[in-house]
Design a protein around this ligand. Structure first.
Ligand code: SER
Length: 876
């Protein structure tokens, strides 16, 4: 079976057991402070398990893109070295939401593996949870009994909490699990050691393939386990491992999931896979990491300098570095694999296909820029070795850490380079710096979340957002609150039964508001979303949290933000009109000041294009188009209406559609919008530029901000006109002045050079004889060019000299040194070396050849000292 057939067979099997097939959720997670990437198939169902939202189908099945590179589940360092861990992988899963439980989950897993796929029963081993005293949990004898009915008892092994109690993270849904392992060794090896003894022992051929989790608890922040209202099933099978089993390969990488990529990498680097251990690791790392990065970009996460973007950047850098070190590539390579990946997986994961051009461009740009850093890191490393050569050959921990932190050199790379040069690394020192950095960032990020305190209702009650209609809400009850302690402050989070506050999402910032509780008033500083919950941030709790309160939204902030949000929709539509349909939203921020909009487009917008977009938006504003807001539209219907859905956004089956003229702008959106476009008043683009390869960013503003922007520019032109005594054609006047200036500067430079040359004879006469060398050292009037001209003029008439000319321009200092040829040869004096020493005196640097060198510095007061320095070097 090909990998595609295997994926389809799994989905078809569970469909035949009445499961609904659902698409993979995006791999990049938004709105969950505990998780950056989908690390398990169950993430998208977390809220259903916790009873925060209702399941649409009692049974579902899917193939989910996962990424395990941070947090509780992190496999990054394993990748490449072994043959069965990956950063990005697919997880095949089947779920029951309060429907079937252990019996069916176990029976169906067994049926699928042994009857449908016909895997040899003898090769399979089962693990069952053996209980845990600390958590007060019993042995899972129920699961044991169900397994016993299917397999001989010597195939069933009890496991510890580490292997057989599955938890998503530090908190959240969890439960005992039963894993299915497979022994893929040959007969002889099996006779020597029983497979049973190798289960969970990191043996490359005895590996886990499927995990059946029986979710029944929620782990709270205080460590307690509380039972969930219903029992659920969450299973996850490693797709790449299953393919390996069915294709009878020794490694996941030998299957048709990875081979096309591996073949392409080898073709591009002229390497034959399987011939050298280190190079094989590099090939696997590149194949794996390319998948992770490409899928992340397709899901809307670009490499960047923080959070999820930084994780993606580091994964890509790891691949580039392996290519550079082991496969000797100093040109971007990874991006050229995108086409192969898209061909392989683009049919099932269609957004990969749709975004392939962007993915390639972004990766290429990142690679090129990291290769430059890598190159300068290696130079820095070599300079360090040069400078410390006289001491014992140990690289200090601090320097190894600098390479790691600033240049992205993992420590194993530095260690390898060091050993090639006969050096070693002070690993303890390195670890110390690494630990210090980690604890700095832990401290900065650390947030201590207490468990929720329930004030009214049930722990699972949700709040209703009523802020589309009204900015004030009376008789509101606090459902729950919790205390949050961070490095910065202590604050509280509140959840209400109803709220008029918009929670930050879809790029629109959260509302500010005020709570009135009796005499007391408390500011809501921000409103955020945590999964489906609307969470309000307050500095203190109401004195009596049980009392009903009134909430009043900050009207001005909301109004200005709303203007900007509606204008963003109009601008998005206008950009498509002016630039073409390839324009796709890649990110946005909307607040009361301005809007920021990132979109795919491959070249700089011309002034004319920018003007056209402004004109279209302003015309739409003047038309005063009435908002058409439809809530609860079925997704299919919304798409049929022409609504644009964004990749990487999670949408429910029912969505809200915002239309400003069905022919012009139809978008899926949960944000707040103006009743009619006229309210926006006016629109101006403040700036347009690139933020990554193929991604442009526009900043724009509306209403009085847009007017102020135009006013400023008009005022500026008035002021310039006044300076030019109100000439009619101001542009012509400015151009003329610039031209005149260039001309005048040329003349000034020429005069200065002539003046400097005039000083030639004087300089020659001032020569001192030092050790048989004519030494001339003087400060002159003029610049670098004048010094150069003068030096060459002196060279034409004088022999056996060393000349130092210093000059001052714009409070900066410059030096020029010339050493005549015979002196350079016979006395071994070198202008380049002399100038490096002398430049220190003027706080600068420079260099050049043996005969001629120049330098600049920021301290003109050191000029005398610089000249004396050269003199004393000659005397020495
Ligand atoms: N949640 C379990 C896992 O990730 C099974 O899907 O292993």
């Amino acid at each position: 079976m090909t990998s595609t057939q295997i994926r389809n067979s799994f989905l078809a099997f569970f469909e035949s057991k009445k499961h609904h097939i659902v698409p993979s959720a995006p791999m990049v997670i938004k709105n969950d402070p505990t998780l950056m990437f989908t690390n398990a198939g169950m993430n998208q169902f977390k809220d259903i398990f916790l009873a925060n939202s209702e399941a649409k189908f009692p049974r579902v099945t899917d193939a989910q893109k996962c990424l395990r590179v941070s947090g509780k589940h992190n496999d990054l360092e394993e990748v490449g070295r072994d043959t069965y861990h990956h950063t990005m992988f697919e997880m095949l899963g089947n779920w029951s939401f309060g429907d079937y439980f252990k019996k069916e989950a176990i029976a169906w897993a067994w049926e699928y593996l042994t009857k449908v796929l016909k895997i040899e029963k003898d090769d399979l081993y089962i693990t069952v949870f053996g209980g845990d005293t600390a958590d007060g949990l019993d042995v899972d004898s129920e699961a044991y009994e169900f397994w016993k009915a299917l397999v001989p008892e010597d195939k069933i092994i009890y496991g510890s909490k580490k292997d057989n109690f599955w938890e998503m993270g530090d908190t959240g849904p969890c439960g005992p699990c039963s894993e299915i392992h497979i022994d893929m060794r040959d007969q002889k090896a099996k006779e020597k050691i029983a497979g049973r003894d190798l289960v969970n022992e990191d043996h490359p051929e005895v590996i886990e393939i499927w995990n059946l989790v029986f979710i029944e608890f929620n782990r709270l922040a205080n460590g307690d386990l509380v039972p969930l209202p219903a029992k659920h099933v969450d299973t996850g099978m490693g797709f790449e491992r299953l393919v390996r089993v069915l294709q009878h390969k020794k490694s996941n990488y030998d299957t048709d999931v990875f081979m096309p990529l591996i073949i392409e990498i080898c073709r591009l680097t002229n390497y034959s896979y399987g011939s050298e251990k280190d190079k094989d690791i590099a090939v696997r790392v590149i194949a794996d990491h390319l998948r992770a990065v490409a899928f992340a970009i397709a899901d809307g996460q670009l490499p960047s300098n923080n959070k999820a973007g930084y994780v993606i950047r580091r994964i890509l850098r790891r691949a580039v570095r392996y290519a550079y070190t082991y496969l000797n590539t100093d040109e971007p390579l990874v991006h050229s694999l995108v086409a192969v990946l898209v061909k392989q997986m683009g049919d099932f994961y269609t957004n990969l296909n749709d975004q392939s051009e962007l993915i390639q461009k972004v990766i290429r740009e990142e690679e090129a820029s990291f290769l430059r850093t890598l190159h300068s890191g290696i130079q820095k490393y070599e300079a360090y070795l040069d400078a410390h050569n006289s001491q014992e050959k140990i690289i200090k921990g601090e320097f190894a850490f600098e390479l790691y932190d600033t240049f992205g050199f993992p420590i194993d790379l530095t260690a390898l380079m060091a050993s090639e040069n006969g050096w070693s690394i002070d690993m303890q020192g390195f670890e110390k710096h690494l630990e210090a950095q980690k604890s700095r960032s832990r401290q900065a990020a650390a947030k201590n979340l207490d468990d929720w305190v329930i004030v009214h209702g049930q722990p699972t009650d949700e709040s209703v957002f009523c802020g589309y209609e009204s900015l004030i809400e009376k008789n509101v009850r606090i459902l729950r609150y919790r205390k949050v302690v961070s490095a910065k402050n202590v604050h509280y989070q509140l959840v209400f039964d109803r709220t008029p506050c918009y929670a930050e999402s879809g790029g629109q910032v959260g509302d500010r508001a005020t709570i009135y509780s009796g005499e007391q008033s408390i500011a809501i500083e921000d409103t955020l979303k945590e999964n489906n919950l609307i969470v309000h941030i307050v500095p203190e709790l109401p004195k009596d949290p049980a009392k009903e309160i009134t909430i009043l939204v900050d009207e001005r902030k909301r109004l200005l933000t709303t203007n900007n949000h509606s204008a963003t929709h109009l601008m998005h539509a206008a950009l498509k009109q002016v630039l073409g349909d390839h324009v796709e939203q890649k990110g946005s921020l909307v607040n009361e000041e301005y809007m920021r909009f990132d979109f795919s487009h491959f070249s700089k917008m011309s002034q004319e294009e920018i003007r056209q977009v402004e004109q279209i938006v302003n015309a739409r504003i003047r038309e005063n188009i009435v908002l058409d807001e439809k809530r609860d539209v079925a997704m299919d219907e919304a798409i049929a209406m022409g609504a644009t859905a964004l990749f990487g956004e999670k949408y429910g089956d029912h969505v809200r559609v915002i239309t400003f003229n069905p022919e012009f702008s139809v978008e899926l959106c949960g944000g707040t919008h103006v009743q009619a476009s006229g309210q926006i008043g006016s629109f101006r683009i403040l700036s347009e530029g690139a933020i990554a390869a193929g991604i442009r960013r526009i900043e724009a503003c509306t209403a009085d901000k847009a007017e102020a922007f135009a006013d400023e520019h008009i005022d500026l032109v008035h002021d310039i006109k006044a300076v030019f005594k109100n000439q009619k054609d101001i542009l012509k006047a400015v151009k003329q002045m610039v031209q005149q200036n260039v001309q005048l500067q040329k003349e000034v430079d020429k005069l200065n050079r002539e003046k400097a040359l005039g000083a030639k004879d004087q300089l020659i006469n001032s020569a001192e004889i030092l050790n048989g060398i004519k030494f001339i050292g003087r400060k002159i009037e003029g610049d670098a060019q004048a010094a150069k001209d003068l030096a060459f003029a002196i060279k034409a008439v004088v022999d056996d000299f060393v000349l130092v000319l210093a000059y001052e321009a714009n409070e900066k200092a410059g030096l020029t040194i010339m050493v005549s040829e015979r002196i350079a040869e016979e006395k071994g004096l070198n202008a380049g070396k002399l100038i490096r020493e002398a430049a220190r005196e003027i706080k600068g640097g420079g260099g050049g050849q043996a005969h001629f060198a120049s330098a600049g510095g920021k301290d003109a007061s050191g000029i005398e000292a610089a000249i004396l320095k050269v003199k004393s070097l000659i005397q020495e």
